[in-house]
Design a protein around this ligand. Structure first.
Ligand code: ATP
Length: 813
């Protein structure tokens, strides 16, 4: 027990004493103690993280300035420590911003920008400086030269962790041979145990950044990855958030800081993809949630079977002192408009009365004032809902609304339900409208339907289950009308959590075009495939890039690639390569959404082994996933693993499945080709023996085996025959298609003497004393095509056939 606990309860000043111990903690102090959160948990890992932070920044900075990145990384032993040097050819940093970039945590240019970049939080490089000063006690040494700068600046600094501010020990002008760029030198306690992770990081960075030149020199290795293209990734543009998935707190903050007064203006001004029409739809969805909808009833006379009530006479009765003709015309006008409608809600009836009042008033030179209009509206409404006026001779017709609801409920529920049960239910539901408002939210409607259903279950001893209730709610809700009330002003919304929450829900449920992707820089399927081909000598490659999705208001794109077979390690489980915003993720594979998704896929369906039917697939496969987003949701600030955000997980799965489908058809085909090869080799052994026997028995020549194999195997047979013909020889190349499909075939016969009289459609090209007779032709199933030409007597030939898998091809030349 601590001394404070022992005195607790006796001492009236205990809270004050405790309060004395409270004090703010600077972010730098916090991370000084929690460096593992930033990826600096060990010397081995710390070094990789520091390289990663510096290289990511160098790539970001160069690309942002339209410069093709040229990055040099050097790690050298320096006594008890390791020295890390990273140099880039980026735009450099000004003398004002440089000390803060390296000497202050949470200082950066990207946090508030919705645009894809590797860095996000403004922590990375200052965390590396912090780790270096903590472990070696040495300051960071930074040189930087801005574009067009006469000289370079040189700083030595550490972070004052109490204040989270840079403490500069040296600041001077210097010379540097690079025309622009930044050079960072950090000393730290480290080791090279994570060498393979370091190499992977550099190599994989090169794979997905083919426009960058990256060189790594470390005590045991030196390699340089040259630029594969001079094409910078397409420039990204900052965008506003997308309305889907923005959280309530964010929206409240945005409501508080916008210049707009109206909700519609706010939506159009602060979000991407919201124009006037979309804003109107969001506002309508907001009205439905916030104010509820109004029930719209079938007006009297609009539908057969409903008792005709004289709307006009009700209106006449309610209208006093307007002269008989004007009153009749007014009442007829209302009744007529009403008759034309399929359904009418109270506010729509008011509009009908307003319109008739204006029109008839003008025609008869009289005024139908506010009171008259109201009385007329109420009288007409009573006829619509079958309510009496309270007098003895007008008891109303309660069955009107019940009939109406009966029809809706009958359509919405299964035909197995007894008619009397639906009637009883509709009566009870109609009762709730007689007693309560005709304007209600969806929740209120659910309540009413629920109550009516429960009473029906209780008194009629039948079941009125969840699905029936939901269907009735849906059908009634769909005939209800959105109310015309003006939505609150932005400043009112900002002050009301409930109203703002209704707005967020309305934004969420409105169909809104996917966000523009100019803020993102996906790698593209072609480059993913090219990258995989560069890294892995495989038999098969596939890649897929999905359309943009939205998570938390931030657009994202997922891409996937698969390499299979060849030199890829066949033992053990497949390798998963993860990337986020073009940065390879090296650590925390098990905590990453990408890994979870890969494990959740049934790989046996795609032709890979998967022990137990779930988990990592086995075999010679590499699965690559890239998540590009304006705000990648990492599980922690060390940015090693993508968090389990459902929208992103769904897209990862779809991207992988897209690539995996190609893998599946490749593997299926390969399997059937393997079978074919086996069969063909058996035939190749048996047929010559049979041919020999047949020739022996019949005394004839041995039959043509190649032709027979081609026919039995349904192959394409390409056969060259030559025939001496005067001065030279005639060449005849015949293609017989025994397969069940039409084939497009590209054939090249390479001849050592000049060909003449070549068939139409073929072309001849001479190269170094060889003639290439090229011919592209379509041969239908069971069809034949022939190429003919003449050439010299002593010509030699070599035939090359493309367009048909080798297993389906028999060449006889
Ligand atoms: N080599 C560089 N050249 C030019 N500017 C740089 C360089 N390194 C960092 N910066 C600038 O310094 C800022 C802070 O960098 P820092 O690594 O701390 O954070 P970040 O990259 O923005 O985000 P994160 O914490 O996610 O890495 C960057 O936003 C960028 O504007």
């Amino acid at each position: 027990m601590t001394s404070l606990q022992s005195t607790l309860g006796d001492d009236p000043g205990i809270a004050e004493e405790l309060a004395d111990n409270q004090r703010a903690i600077s972010i730098a102090e916090f991370f000084e103690k929690n460096k593992h959160m930033l990826g600096f948990d060990s010397g081995a890992r710390g070094l990789v993280t520091a390289v990663k932070e510096a290289v990511d920044n160098a790539l970001d900075a160069a690309e942002e300035s339209g410069i093709l990145p040229d990055i040099y990384v050097e790690i050298e032993e320096a006594g008890d420590y390791y020295r890390l040097i990273v140099e880039d050819n980026g735009p450099g940093l000004t003398a004002d911003s440089l000390p803060k970039v390296f000497g202050k945590l949470l200082y950066g240019s990207r946090f508030h920008v919705r645009e894809q970049s590797r860095g996000q939080q403004g922590i990375g490089i200052s965390a590396a400086v912090l780790y270096s000063q903590l472990t070696s006690g040495k300051p960071a040494k930074i040189t930087s030269r801005t574009q067009g700068g006469e000289t370079a600046k040189y700083f030595e600094l550490i972070i004052d962790t109490d204040e989270n501010e840079p403490e500069i020990s040296v600041s001077e002008e210097t010379t540097w041979d690079r025309p622009h760029g930044t050079r960072i030198e950090l000393e730290m306690e480290a080791n090279m145990r994570a060498r393979s992770q370091l190499h992977d990081y550099i190599k994989h960075t090169a794979v997905v950044n083919p426009h960058a030149r990256i060189e790594l020199r470390e005590p045991n290795a030196h390699f340089k990855s040259e630029r594969a293209t001079d094409q910078l990734p397409e420039e990204t543009e900052e965008i506003r958030p997308h309305p889907h998935g923005v959280e309530l707190g964010t929206v409240i903050k945005m409501l508080g800081s916008t210049d707009s007064h109206s909700v519609s203006g706010f939506l159009q001004g602060e979000f991407t993809r919201v124009g006037k029409k979309t804003a109107d739809s969001v506002v309508d969805a907001f009205r439905d949630r916030h104010y509820g909808r109004e029930m719209a009833w079938t007006p009297p006379g609009a539908r057969g079977g409903v008792s005709e009530v004289d709307v006009a006479s009700a209106v006449v009765e309610a209208t006093a002192n307007k002269g008989a003709d004007a009153t009749d015309a007014f009442a007829e006008g209302v009744a007529d408009s009403l008759r034309k409608r399929e359904r009418v809600a109270h506010h729509q009836l008011s509009e009908i009365v307003e319109d008739a009042a204006e029109e008839i008033g003008e025609e008869f030179g009289t005024t139908f004032g506010e009171t008259v209009r109201e009385r007329a509206t109420e009288a007409a409404w009573r006829t619509v809902v079958g309510a009496g006026d309270g007098s003895e001779d007008d008891a109303g017709d309660e069955s009107r609304t019940a009939d109406d609801l009966y029809r809706i409920a009958d359509d919405a529920t299964s035909s197995r339900k007894d008619d009397a049960v639906i009637r009883a239910f509709a009566d009870r539901l109609a009762g709730t409208f007689r007693e309560g408002s005709h304007r209600l939210t969806r929740d209120e409607l659910e309540d009413r339907v629920g109550r009516a259903a429960e009473l029906t279950e209780e008194y009629d001893d039948v079941s009125f289950g969840e699905t029936a209730r939901e269907n009735v709610v849906e059908s009634v809700w769909s005939v209800m009308e959105t109310v015309p009330d003006d939505p609150p002003l932005v400043r009112e919304l900002a002050g009301s959590r409930d109203a703002a929450s209704d707005l967020v829900e309305a934004m969420r449920e409105t169909d809104i075009m996917a966000p523009p992707t100019r803020c993102l820089s996906p790698i593209s399927s072609e480059l993913i495939q090219a990258g995989l081909e560069k890294e892995y000598d495989a038999d098969f490659y596939a890649a897929a890039t999905r359309d943009a999705g939205v998570a938390g208001g931030d657009p994202f794109i997922v891409e996937a690639g698969i390499a299979y077979g060849g030199e890829i390690e066949a033992e053990g489980s497949a390798e998963v390569m993860r990337f986020a915003n073009r940065v390879p993720l090296v650590y925390q594979r098990g905590a990453c959404a990408t890994t979870d998704v890969v494990k959740g896929i049934g790989w046996r369906n795609y032709g890979l082994d998967q022990p137990g039917g779930s988990g990592m697939p086995n075999g010679p496969a590499v699965i690559m996933v890239h998540v590009a987003s304006t705000n990648v949701p990492f599980t922690s600030e060390s940015k090693d693993a993508v968090a389990n955000v459902p929208e992103i997980e769904d897209e990862i799965e779809l991207a992988i499945r897209e690539a995996a489908r190609d893998l599946k058809s490749y593997l299926n085909k390969r399997r059937s080709m393997q079978k074919r090869r086996k069969k063909q080799s058996v035939l190749g052994e048996i047929l010559p023996e049979m041919a020999e026997k047949v020739a022996e028995v019949t005394g004839n020549d041995e039959p043509e085996i190649d032709d027979a194999i081609a026919r039995i195997m349904n192959n394409v047979l390409v056969e060259r025959r030559t025939e001496a013909n005067g001065d030279g020889q005639r060449v005849r190349v015949a293609i017989e298609n025994h397969s069940g499909t039409n084939e497009s075939i590209e054939l090249t016969d390479i001849v050592t003497a000049e060909p003449t009289e070549v068939s139409d459609g073929a072309s001849v090209v001479e190269m170094d004393g060889e003639w290439f007779v090229r011919w592209e032709t379509d041969v239908p199933s069971d069809g034949e095509a022939v190429l003919e030409y003449r050439t010299g007597d002593d010509a030699a030939f070599d035939l090359d056939v493309k367009g048909v898998e080798t297993e389906k091809l028999t060449v006889n030349q």
